[in-house]
Unconditional design. Sequence first.
Length: 373
Amino acid sequence: MKAILVDDEQLALDFLERQLNKIGNIEVCGKFVNPLVGKEKIIQEAVDVVFLDIHLPEINGLELAEQILEEKPEVIIVFVTAYDEFAVNAFELNALDYLVKPIRAERLAKTITRIENQLPTLPSECSYETIKIHMNIGSQVTIEEETLHWRTTKAQELFLYLFQHREQLLHKSVIVDLLWPEYEPERAYSQLYTTIYHIRKTLKKFHDHFKIENTTEGYTLRTETIVFNIEEWENGIQSAPPLNKNTIDHYCELMKLNAGIYLHKYDYWWAETERHRLEQIWQKTAFQLANWYQDHGLMDEAINWYVEIENRQPEVEEAYFALMKIYAARDNHLLVNRQYQELTKFLAAELDILPSAYITKWYQEWKKKAVIT
């Protein structure tokens, strides 16, 4: 196992090297007090693990770590820090990721054992041709049907934010204000670097397809050979030929790609605009399908789509009204009443309003005719 050590104190580097030599099975192929020179060596060398001090004078060790992982995502980073509660707790690093100064031999030995156990299982070059990202209500983000497990909720949110704005430069100051507005700048930026580090770790096996580029100003998420279900759905709807008997099945298959509201499970205010935009497209298409089936006398299929609209967007009155008229034509008084009652109940509970006047007028006139009949 080859290691490179980076610390701004020469004595600390020499001490760590001696401790590693006592353990054996590890070759120290470089020690650097200058972190930027150390970074270049790490990128150039075939190295397995980097022992990296968090508190460096020229650059934050956490930021340096994610710059290293940008170039070499397979490298294991072990942070070294003087004991302070901020470093251990706020950075939320796991046992493999940090050592507290002064480094004890037995603690270092445990870390080396964990590294040795991890090295054989490091994923090889990703062989996926395409990766599907599913973001649906009631589910986690999945890649090739594998659920991603995030170290922190902030790591999950930052990845989703980067993904929504993929191929765009997102300024670090904007991200910090979004995710850690209550923190002092130094602590907020440390949280940012740590979170980017955890995202890189989570995406390590898919590094051929996700690349987080780091600049002085901010980050850009680049993607390669990604098939994103929502994007595939939207592009398919926009490029689809006019709706007719030859294309109706194609439209129905496309709609299966958007089976849940975009990021509905996550309470991210920054996703609201995109969620609303996508739902407007979905609603328009769903009504087109329902209306087409109704116009062609395929009432059961039309009912299914109106019910789907109700379930997904219960505030949309037109779906209830369409069902009321279909059930009235079938003389199904029970279902007409139920639709009006459900609409009234939802609007009162969620929006504190009554159904639109034209719907209430139609319903009252229908009730009079139904009583006479």
